[in-house]
Design a protein around this ligand. Sequence first.
Ligand code: SAH
Ligand code: SF4
Ligand code: F3S
Length: 544
Amino acid sequence: MSDSPSTAPTVYLETFGCQMNELDSELVRGALVTLGYRFIEDWKTADVVLYNTCSVREQAEHKAYSRLGLIGQRKRDGESVVLGVIGCMAERDGKDIFRRYPQVDLLCGPGELDRLPNLIENMRRSMALGEDAPRLSKDARSALAGNKSRRSSTLAAADDNLELLDLSRAFEPVDATTERRSAYVRITRGCNKFCTYCVVPNTRGAEVHRPPDSIVEECRRLADSGVVEITLLGQTVNHYRYVHGSAVGSDGAELPQVGPGLNAFRNTAVLSAGVRTTTFAELLSRIHDEVPHLQRIRFLTSYPRDFGADVLEVMRDSPRICNYIHAPAQSGSDRILKLMNRGYTVGEYLEFVDRVFAYLPDATIAGDFIVGFPTETDEDFEATCALVRRVPFKNNYIFKYSARPGTVAIDRFTDDVPLETKKLRNNRLLDLQTEISREVHERWIGREVEVLLEKVRVHNTPRESSSPSEDDAPIHPGSKNVQLLWNRTKPRQGTQLLGRTQGDMIVVIDVPAGDWTASLGTIHRAKVVGASPLLLHANAVSAI
Ligand code: SAH
Ligand code: SF4
Ligand code: F3S
């Protein structure tokens, strides 16, 4: 370990929260590696420890705060370590973190991550000067957006240096020995929807759409480097819309631009005032056609409102765009949806679902629900259960309402559903969803699917019995969850390949013992022979 900024410092970076945070961590990592930092897996010896945090529920914040306590001990032991809290919790809690956790050296919000390397360098320089050096001021140790990101009234996003972070992405070659063959690409930052329970519009700032050329180019370079699957990211990804000619830099290049609010999509005058725009459907189509060596294109998260037939048409006509839609309903009660400011009714959600299946009969739909929102009655909850019975959701994330400082809901409503009731509703909805997930998976038995192979697992221990609850727990898409699933699967003997279908169903294929690394990242046809609420079992149709 070293106190001197001149030798290669080591960094430990841990990520909490959503896919946006995973992508941010990857970009931060790239930026720091370029500056000569080396990433290690051990927080106990790293020169710089960074936590990329999430604020969406209280529980998410607890996790990060418990980590801060551990690092405090290293400092008390006299070690020179830079401790940084970055991401949504830094933005939400702000400089108060310095008061409550004096061991924290620096704070950086998700909208200011381009400034993180400088903050770290300054801190290290100051530490290298020794104990007598004046401590840097709180301002010099933090990069937070505050309300700045919402001040701009023009289409061009003000002071948009963050775009440079996305543009600076390192395109390291990936091959079969790299387990991760998927990548995230941001298309929209922030959110303008202001659901009453949600901190994201505060922590991530205003909705900002990236120029389509930058997005297509990033996808192309990732595909060139060996990435086979790209997931486009936005909080309400289908609300992507770029107005050309409105935000152009001095070099003529298009700049990111602030998006419209919730109601703009119903006000066509705002959207089509004689200007050329790129819609989400057009963006999808461009990526599909202009990056033909990309094998799979996904997107997250869809907003159930304004998911137009134009998008469904592009999905239907573009074989490499996955027919998978994650579109959280949040509640099945119109009264609660209104209090949440979601901007749609249950009827409209069902129309959306029917439209999806009309265009894409084999599509899979997944989502999120919140139980125990303020004033939620048994009747409201039953309406949520009825919606889950009506829609063939592949899976749902189910959350207990958590009152968050800074949101409309915490000011306007009392958190009046007792924790016990929230837990009961949470468990009931999980049980119901498990049954639905089982049915959705069982429908595939006897059919052929295309599987993108992601992992090889070899088991040496004989199969043991395990509690059914472990097997039945619902799961969410994403590579992390494949791992989670794996950890929950009972130990057994033999070799298995794990992959996913276009519809994001996890597939397990038994194969003979051997080295299967070269098959990772390739797509194979397989016939489904069994199903559980979590996964499909399949046999390869041809040799892998
Ligand atoms: N932009 C996405 C969701 C981002 S947050 C969308 O609108 O669908 C991810 C999920 O966390 C939400 O879908 C919601 O179900 C849950 N969530 C957000 N705030 C919450 C809160 N205060 N309490 C409980 N769950 C919450
Ligand atoms: Fe939060 Fe709503 Fe925006 Fe999703 S759409 S990030 S739930 S405010
Ligand atoms: Fe959490 Fe921020 Fe994502 S609050 S869910 S990390 S946008």
